[in-house]
Design a protein around this ligand. Structure first.
Ligand code: UT7
Length: 324
């Protein structure tokens, strides 16, 4: 059975760090409130002129190096982002060119907001399992600092910029859960919830980029339910239980959501990988950023089971179980 095996990870964070105290000088907030309600201590912010594609290319180069591959080995580039360089072309095409890939393989963006990376994994997995692709670069990259309303304390304290990438390669498995690779992906959407988390601009509606708007408390309520549901779904499909999972790498929105959902499905608190304290919410970049950090720190390695999940604007949500 064809499997999509994760052979390398990489990530990149912009140099500039914005602390909670820095934010308290801009809006009516405090380090204490932000840490208590979200777990965030700081976030990284892209420099002037530093684009989503720049972050994506740096992360992709590191993932390729970790996989022992050249850019020319890659036959498809997928960038999950809600903050593309331009309305078009797709940021993925800029990344493809920036990496020096010239053989004409497909490159496209995927827009599922914070669930973008899980959606992109599911998409890449389908291409690989059908035989349409052999080596795919899956990137989550964001510059959310560019779509924040820096006068709205309810949202501007939550997000950060960054990028993470993985190389997925076709391999053969036995078809059971002892295989390396993506064992299950489940993705969902419910478009009726659009107004709870959205950007109030766009090419077709306002001809402006717009700013992020969120009804945080309601999003929180939906997130805990949906995330726990999709994790159960992935575990039921594979027959894998919380004790078999080596590491839970969730989308990093709020530490209370991460810990609440882990508790709900019976996952040990020590198995929850946390970066939200240092990265904030980097939307589609948060899972691959956290996964790369966990791999490089030796928290997980080949053969380990990793459970990922995300929920974001739309709403969209999804989960994925991978054996490294
Ligand atoms: O990645 C996509 C998914 N996104 C999420 O999952 C985010 C989900 N939501 C959340 O993480 C939380 O709802 C927030 C962190 C956004 C907010 O936390 P909360 O505990 O739900 O607070 P709240 O919105 O109910 O606000 C409580 C109070 C309010 O004041 P009053 O009305 O009680 O007087 C807010 O005005 O906190 C106030 N507040 C702040 N105070 C200081 C809101 N933002 C701030 C702030 N600093 N930055």
């Amino acid at each position: 059975m064809r499997r999509s095996i994760l052979t390398g990870t990489g990530s990149y964070l912009p140099e500039k760090v914005l602390t909670n105290d820095d934010l308290a000088k801009i809006v009516d907030t405090s380090d204490e409130w932000i840490r208590a309600r979200t777990g965030i201590r700081q976030r990284h912010v892209a420099a002037d002129g530093e684009l989503t594609s720049d972050l994506a290319i740096r992360a992709a180069e590191r993932a390729l190096e970790a996989a022992g591959r050249d850019a020319s080995d890659i036959d498809m580039v997928l960038v999950a982002t809600s903050t593309p360089d331009n309305t078009f072309p797709a940021t993925a095409t800029t990344v493809q060119a920036g990496l020096g890939i010239t053989h004409g393989g497909p490159a496209f963006d995927l827009q599922a907001v914070c669930s973008g990376f899980v959606y992109a994994l599911a998409t890449a997995d389908s291409f690989i399992r059908s035989g349409a692709a052999n080596r795919v670069l899956v990137i989550g990259a964001e510059t959310f600092s560019r779509i924040l309303d820096w006068t709205d304390r309810g949202t501007c304290v939550l997000f950060g910029d960054g990028a993470g990438a993985v190389v997925l390669e076709a391999g053969e498995g036995r078809g059971d859960t002892s295989d390396r690779g993506i064992l299950s992906t489940r993705i969902h959407a419910d478009g009726r919830q659009k107004d709870l988390l959205y950007v109030d601009g766009g090419p077709s509606s306002t001809q402006t980029v717009g700013h992020l708007r969120m009804k945080g408390r309601e999003v929180f309520r939906h997130a805990v339910v949906r995330i726990a549901e999709v994790m159960q779904e992935v575990m039921e499909e594979t027959g894998i239980g919380p004790d078999d999972i080596a590491l839970f790498v969730p989308h990093q929105a709020n530490i209370r959501i991460l810990e609440g959902t882990a508790r709900k499905i019976g996952l040990d608190r020590n198995k929850v990988y946390i970066t939200v304290d240092r990265h904030g919410n980097t939307s589609a970049a948060s899972i691959p950023l956290a996964l790369d950090e966990a791999v490089r720190k030796g928290r997980v390695g080949e053969g380990d089971l990793v459970l990922m999940e995300a929920m974001g604007g739309g709403f969209t949500w999804g989960g994925s179980l991978v054996r490294l």
